[in-house]
Design a binder for this molecule. Sequence first.
Ligand code: BDR
Ligand code: CA
Length: 314
Amino acid sequence: MKMFIDCDPGVDDSVAILFALNRPEVEIVGISTSTGNVSAVQGAENTLRILKLAGMEGKIPVCAGAEKPLVGEVDGFPDFIHGKNGMGDVELPAAEQKAVDMDVCDFMYQKACEYEGELVLVSLGRMTNLANTLAKYPDYAKKIKRVVSMGGTIYSHGNVSPVVEANIGGDPEAADIAMMADWDMTLVGLDVTLKTHLTRSDVDKLLRCCLPEKKEMVSFISEELKYYMDGSRRQNYTMEYSPLHDPLAMVVAVDPSVVNTRKMVTRVECGGTWCRGKVVVDLREQPIEGRFVEHALEVDSRKALNILFAAFQN
Ligand code: BDR
Ligand code: CA
């Protein structure tokens, strides 16, 4: 499977990337970043260090993208959950590899043309880069095989407002453009990610059972998750686990059988205060103008976790 990742690493983004790097059937052909958990430049720096850790330095091009959402400005970073550096304040050694010096839209389009009809686009952050590329290259969507995106919530509560999830809420206009694009899109949102619980004992067990050659990667995951899990507890004092967002979306990209989905006409609310960034689905017979997007609504979370862990054990 040829894969392109757009992300904002981010503790959970980095776990998702490391998982994909350890799946033999996945070939990552490019990674782009946008502002979100950290700045796009910091996200690209983090990605390069993650690639080095995985022994993939110089093998996958990385490009820093949008530093601002389509509308408005960046309103701080969620360092209480991802740390100041976006990796739970764990410092990985710097890489020699540099980010490509290219406009991110050109980079994304170039990869889509190179692997036309084959590319699975995994979106783990705001959809700003996707929207900008769709605007610059109207045939971009047609070249992509399918899109799997961590974003949104239909029935669950939100995580940045009562009803809004962070990736969509961070750039609602971009997400609405992505929903309207002519591609096959699956949203893996809080309805399923909040039900997929990672516990400290899961991580400790993985540390004990992983393959020796993967130990360094798992140790890094274990360290950065300490901060992330504390962050979950800072948000909700009773929480004994961390919800798994981006890694679950990545597992779905590799094995869609872990979720049940439903296709619904979908738009994103771009106005309002509490609802700005809410994913809106219309089940009426004569719905609002919108395209069918597939939403993950149920998850076999044990199976998803097993798939995630197996990548470091086999
Ligand atoms: C999403 O927001 C970011 O903080 C995470 O990396 C994930 O992509 C969860 O709402
Ligand atoms: Ca993310």
